[in-house]
Unconditional design. Structure first.
Length: 611
């Protein structure tokens, strides 16, 4: 009942075609991450530049411009990816086909990590917007963040269409609020009404060496590159779009790029005009809004509410894209197959649940601090950008379609730029936490390849081609029995039904005390049951180990074509909590024996009557 209330009724397979979304809703769902990053990308730049004081505002515009040009390059490159792989998979599909499975695994690992970080960073940033407006909530940061992660998980478990209906409109409130902030800021600046924020900043640039100064600029650029995260989600989520999927996805990608450029560029310019630097306990956008709107008035609180909402909903980009990516990896055998299964609501529920767990763990470990999580961010996604565009260059030069030289040039330039950015991000953020991601990616790739090898070996072994049929020459049936109960009698009757001249039946009793074995022997005689009784002594009162050792010794003497069938008598309780009141001997024995090669295990249940 609770499950139905939270995620809704089951959906039939034929309803899958209705689980797609229109362009306006797709922009809200898939672009929330990229759009919301403008709320903290500029702040991450200035957080680094703050060390050089007021001169930081001279370097903010060129850094922001470089990031805008990089964003446009990546978006142009990803239109090629969408056209080439309208079935989804994006960068992963490109790399796997044209660079090899290992590169596909690298992208898969990078994006899986990045999606989990997207949720943690976005929710933490949204929580920071809330605590900026209401400082008394600051001590409860982690609890608020975890609450929103769980809430988004439940919404996404309800299905693609329903989550789109619930989450489609708040992002547009953020866009309108930010545009209002930017337009107001530009108007006041051009009219001479927007004075810089006067604070006692110190000039440190003169005391810094040239190399250190360049390092600071590169580190600031790396921080601002978080503005590009989320672009890949559109290419990964093409199957979720309404027809024509490819065309609609490209339109959404261009809309995302245009809005990101306007919002990020506008906020960066106003930040340079008003000369505000990040402060502990208050976001940069909060400071700018207070200055531009003339205090903490209605417009200020509308913007803060919209910012908090978009940052929280930005996590939904990961919930929309990551399960599709996981399903792609699972369908090709790189991760467990359960991630390719759709749940009751036609969503990849296992991927959604894994995302939820991973994000909560990160939020708890890093105490919901955006500045602590950011160094882990963007490394994976830029690595994916670089490999995907390199794969597209190989594709153009291999297939040589019309206009391939221009397309190869676009993707080649994109791959070069994002490759350099990847190195910059990895090096400048290495000691701050990026090393964790750089370690996790090859570890995940290794795991993917091991899982793939397992599935390949299993498929080869289970194949019926060129296999010699398996004939059972003789079957040795064992019935473990502690006493002559109704479940034990049922198991013996089942053993009788299997017996013939090529079968022998043995009752096995593990005896901790001699009198228990003698009591069982007498009961069998009274019931005129004349199967052989094997008594296994257990002076240390163990049950499983002596029985398994007995079976192991018997297995050593088997000839070709002979097997041992262990028939386990069990009783089934009427309610689930009654099950907890009993020893799970049958379950444990069955689990151990299933790992043995020549052992067949059968369970004969006896259902207890409920009272």
């Amino acid at each position: 009942m609770l499950r139905k209330l939270l995620i809704g009724s089951k959906l039939h397979n034929r309803q899958l075609t209705h689980e797609t979304i229109s362009k306006p809703k797709a922009l809200a769902i898939f672009a929330s991450d990229a759009l919301s990053s403008v709320a903290y990308a500029t702040e991450e730049i200035l957080l680094v530049l703050a060390v050089i004081g007021q001169i930081a505002f001279h370097y903010l515009p060129p850094i922001a411009l470089c990031i805008v040009l990089l964003l446009l390059t990546v978006i142009l490159s990803y239109t090629h990816v969408i056209r080439t792989y309208p079935e989804g998979g994006g960068a992963y599909s490109v790399a796997k086909e044209f660079l090899g499975p290992t590169y596909g695994c690298i992208i898969g690992a990078s994006l899986v990590i990045d999606y989990v970080l997207t949720i943690a960073v976005s929710i933490s940033s949204g929580t920071a917007a809330i605590t900026s407006a209401f400082p008394w909530l600051f001590p409860y940061t982690v609890y608020i963040a975890v609450f929103f992660i769980v809430l988004l998980t439940i919404i996404n478990l309800r299905g693609i269409s329903e989550s789109a209906n619930l989450l489609a409109y708040p992002p547009y409130l953020f866009i309108l609020s930010m545009l209002a902030l930017i337009v107001t800021g530009f108007y006041r600046y051009l009219s001479g009404d927007l004075a810089p924020d006067v604070r006692p900043y110190e000039e440190h640039a003169a005391n810094l060496g040239n190399l250190i100064f360049v390092w600071i600029l590169l580190k600031a650029f790396a921080g601002g590159c978080t503005a590009l995260t989320g672009v890949e989600a559109v290419a990964d989520g093409v199957p979720s779009f309404k027809e024509p999927k490819e065309r609609n996805a490209i339109k959404v990608l261009f809309a995302l790029g245009s809005l990101s450029v306007i919002l990020f560029g506008g906020i960066s310019m106003i930040a340079g005009w008003v000369h505000v630097l990040p402060q502990h306990g208050e976001t940069l956008v909060s400071q700018i809004a207070e200055i531009v709107f003339g205090g903490r008035n209605l417009m200020y609180y509308v913007l803060q509410a919209a910012t908090a909402i978009i940052l929280i909903l930005a996590a939904n980009t990961a919930f929309a894209g990551a399960p599709i990516m996981a399903a792609k990896l699972a369908s090709e055998g790189y991760i467990p197959r359960i991630f390719a299964l759709r749940g009751d609501r036609l969503v990849f529920h296992n991927g959604i649940m894994l995302l939820c767990a991973g994000a909560i763990i990160l939020v708890v470990i890093f105490h919901g601090s955006v500045h602590s999580l950011i160094p882990l961010y963007a490394v994976g996604v830029f690595l994916a950008f670089t490999i995907a565009q390199a794969g597209m260059v190989v594709r153009w030069n291999t297939l040589k379609p019309k206009g391939y030289k221009w397309n190869a040039l676009v993707n080649g330039v994109g791959a070069t730029i994002t490759g350099v950015v990847t190195i910059v991000i990895a090096s400048t953020k290495f000691m701050a936490g990026a090393w964790l991601v750089l370690l996790a990616i090859p570890l995940l790739v290794w795991i993917f390849q091991k899982v793939k090898q397992h599935y390949t070996d299993m498929a080869r072994e289970l194949s019926s081609q060129n296999q010699t049929p398996y004939y059972v020459v003789k079957n040795h049936i064992l019935v473990p029995m502690s006493s002559l109960s109704k479940p034990a009698l049922n198991a013996l009757e089942f053993a009788k039904s299997m017996s013939n001249e090529d079968t022998d039946v043995t009752i096995v009793h593990v005896s901790s005390y001699p009198e228990t074995a003698e009591k069982l022997r007498k009961k069998l005689a009274e019931k005129q049951i004349y199967f052989e009784l094997a008594v296994v002594e257990s002076p240390y009162r163990e049950l499983i180990n002596p029985l398994v050792n007995y079976i192991d010794e018997l297995e050593k003497g088997l000839k070709s074509g002979e097997v041992i069938t262990v028939i386990i008598p069990e009783f089934v309780t009427h309610t689930w909590w009654h099950y907890l009141l009993h020893n799970q001997t049958g379950f444990l024995l069955r689990t151990v024996l299933l790992l043995k090669k020549n052992i067949i295990v059968a369970s004969v249940p006896y259902h207890l009557r409920g009272k």
